[in-house]
Design a protein around this ligand. Sequence first.
Ligand code: NAP
Length: 267
Amino acid sequence: MAERKNIIYIYCKHDKESLDKKSKVEEVLHQEGFSMTESHEDANIIISLGNDGSFLQAVRKTGFRQDCLYAGITLNNKPGFYCDFDYNNVSKMLHLIRHAELKVRQYPLIEVKIDEHQPFYCLNEFSIRSNIIRMFTLDILIDDTLFETFLGDGVIVSTPTGSTAYNKSVGGAVVDPMLPCFQVTELASVNTNTFRTLGSPFIMSGTRKLKLRVHQDGNDFPSMAADNEALGIRRVENVEIQLSSKKIKTVKLKDNSFWEKVARIYL
Ligand code: NAP
């Protein structure tokens, strides 16, 4: 990193507090000789200012860039899973960028394709849930072979870094991001003699393909989300999910491994 000219783009919410803090960070960066840009296409470092939700948005709004490094700065002194730096200690981040003391860690993404729509990526998870009070039915296929037929509220397909988020709240396992895989968790499945699902979360190798086939029975317009963004697609038949070859590159700090973060945040 030291040899290369670093051009920084900062993503944050547009409320006054965030914008004021953005100006302050920019001022420090400027004084330290860094170049800033208002156009993320010109940057090779993208910083999100906010919480993990802001980091997810920063990555999404800048198009899951493969040729740049992402870093998250928290504003409330509360460490997040994606935010390694604190607003009150920006100089530490600069030191690391300058002196190449950082290693790059790479977070897996999943790629999701809904019917004929353009594929998109998720850093945390893709979720599909019934939009109305009724349950809905899904065939779940692994590598084009029917695995189970699900009746219930929905399913979540999470990445390893997303495993500590929504997935964890519904009993999914926390997964090491060094494993190229993705996980499927159920939301309130019905298990009777007619409908039977595994009933436990399952983790799939990144070489496999998952397909969700929504039964066209009148409740075929579930609500779907990619991380913290609701999708505008109303009717759905097939959702294909696989591990992407793309990864998000972010900063790896000493004493801040994924498992150290898990321990710090949850234990
Ligand atoms: P939010 O509803 O405002 O907050 C969701 C919470 O999840 C925040 O505390 C956030 O941490 C945390 N979070 C986000 N990504 C995480 C990760 N990878 N590991 C551990 N915690 C994580 O929404 P948001 O901040 O925009 O985040 C969107 C995420 O919320 C979704 O991707 C989904 O995973 C999660 N979610 C969880 C549930 C649930 O657990 N019942 C329901 C819906 C959505 P920060 O405080 O650092 O932002």
